[in-house]
Design a protein around this ligand. Structure first.
Ligand code: ARG
Length: 462
């Protein structure tokens, strides 16, 4: 096929160079956006008297039929074309002749590709926001049904203080809620139209950039044409938000993997989200969680690729920028693929209250509460802390936990102790008393859920 840009050169590019230069294998996924951009552009050209009504209606008809044929598969994308923009323009010209050749008036592929990418990623932002919201909703629901399940909370992966399972997983709901707001922010800054920036300097034609921006649902236009064609901040912002999502998924996955182990047995994943071993018959592996953890690396890689690709680029467009798409598409695809399995995996995960409680009973995680009890009796907290340390040591030596010690044993350490202590150090009391705002007491759960519902805009009924 003859190159559209033949003229200055004979267009006979070496075969390997031609393949190397081509982006159609990965940019064809933007065909819908390319066509809506062209439809808006043609409407503007006609409105401004740059093309005739007749050309405009031919262009519209041609593009509409190309769109529906691409949608239903009757028109195949020609992989010999350099990119999706050229393919669609060539297909249009093949159908409607000279009118098709007028479409590219007052436009360049530089603003066209920037436009298509913004339109494409804007849609993906909405999809990802919905997927994240669904995940958060599932976590809130799980939390409501586990607000009485006591487990050890950890620091340094050492049992620290008792918390509810609900409280623990609500921490993830907070992370994913922030992710929603980050994607929304990235989308808002992305939503400006570069169309009409043309190659880099704007155009001599009397175009109306606001008109196309409005028609395409943008909040405004890129005010500087050089920035319009050379800015890829929106890809980087999105990839950075996607990297954080992956980091959150990875931390949650890590805990699920740990909790599913026979050593913990805090949770059991539904069979539908686990795999077996080809040799060890007893195995039930958390492959989905491991993959979510593993795939975080590639999304970070996508982010670093783009930051590095852009860092030394002179203004305005350079072909290096064609590399933006594979990275940002991979980031989007990976996050969507992870959320697709992660959310139902959490939804169907069963929790093992007995194992959690047992772990909570064994780690002296009520030691802080015993120290608080002594402090309430008048001993300074630092001294109480020291005394409890000695009691814990005594327990370890005698193979006991704090609840097993008799009141006489306690009194051997200090006369401050009375029978009330047992009530004060019961795990239920330890949890229920931590009712400071944002604390682990079941009473603070509804406030957390309310906060998130308000932030993300879903209601209690959902
Ligand atoms: N396929 C190109 C890209 O993805 C489209 C823009 C081409 N512009 C150019 N001046 N060669 O970046």
């Amino acid at each position: 096929m003859e190159k559209m840009w033949t003229g200055r050169t004979d267009g006979k590019v070496n075969k390997a160079a031609d393949d190397f230069n081509s982006s159609i294998s990965f940019d064809s996924r933007m065909y819908r956006q390319d066509i809506s951009g062209s439809l808006a552009h043609a409407a503007m050209l006609c409105h401004q008297g740059i093309i005739t009504e007749e050309d405009y209606s031919r262009i519209t008809e041609g593009l509409t039929s190309i769109l529906s044929e691409l949608d239903d598969g009757t028109l195949a994308i020609d992989r010999d074309c350099e990119d999706i923009h050229m393919f669609i323009e060539a297909a249009l010209t093949a159908r409607i002749g000279d009118s098709g050749k007028k479409l590219h008036t007052a436009r360049s592929r530089n603003d066209q590709v920037a436009l298509d990418l913004r339109l494409y990623l804007r849609e993906k932002c909405d999809v990802i926001v919905n997927m994240l919201t669904e995940l958060v909703r599932v976590i809130c629901r799980k939390a409501r049904s586990s607000s009485d399940a006591i487990m050890p909370g950890y620091t340094h992966l050492q049992r620290a203080q008792p918390v509810t399972f609900a409280h623990h997983i609500m921490a993830y709901a907070m992370m994913f809620s922030r992710d929603v707001t980050r994607i929304r922010d990235a989308r808002a800054r992305m939503n400006f139209s570069p169309l009409g920036s043309c190659a880099l300097a704007g155009t001599t034609y009397n175009t109306d950039r606001e008109m196309t921006a409005r028609q395409l649902g943008f909040d405004g236009i890129c005010e500087n044409s050089i920035d319009g064609v050379s800015d890829r901040d929106y890809c980087i912002e999105l990839l950075s938000a996607l990297s954080l999502i992956m980091m959150h998924l990875s931390r949650f996955s890590e805990e699920i993997i740990l909790w599913s182990s026979w050593e913990f047995r805090f949770v059991e994943l539904d069979d539908a989200y686990t795999t077996g071993s080809s040799i060890m018959p007893q195995k039930k592996n958390s492959d989905m969680a491991e993959l979510c953890r593993g795939k975080s690396g590639r999304v970070y890689g996508d982010l670093v690729s783009l930051l590095t690709m852009l860092k030394g680029l002179p203004l305005a467009y350079n072909k290096d920028m064609q590399e933006d798409k594979e990275a940002v598409f991979d980031g989007v695809d990976t996050v969507m693929a992870c959320l697709e399995v992660f959310t139902p995996m959490i939804d169907t995960m069963r929790i093992n209250r007995t194992a959690m409680l047992k772990a909570a009973q064994e780690g002296f995680i009520n030691a802080t509460d015993l120290a608080d009890y002594i402090a309430k009796k008048g001993m300074p907290f630092r001294s109480a802390y020291k005394l409890v340390g000695q009691i814990v040591r005594y327990c370890i030596e005698n193979n006991k936990v704090l609840e097993d010690m008799s009141i006489e044993e306690y009194r051997n350490f200090s006369p401050v102790f009375d029978e009330e202590l047992y009530e004060d150090i019961s795990l239920e009391a330890c949890v229920a008393k931590r009712c400071s705002t944002g604390g682990t007491a079941p009473s603070s759960l509804e406030r957390q859920i309310g906060y998130i519902q308000n932030l993300l805009g879903f209601s209690a009924a959902e």
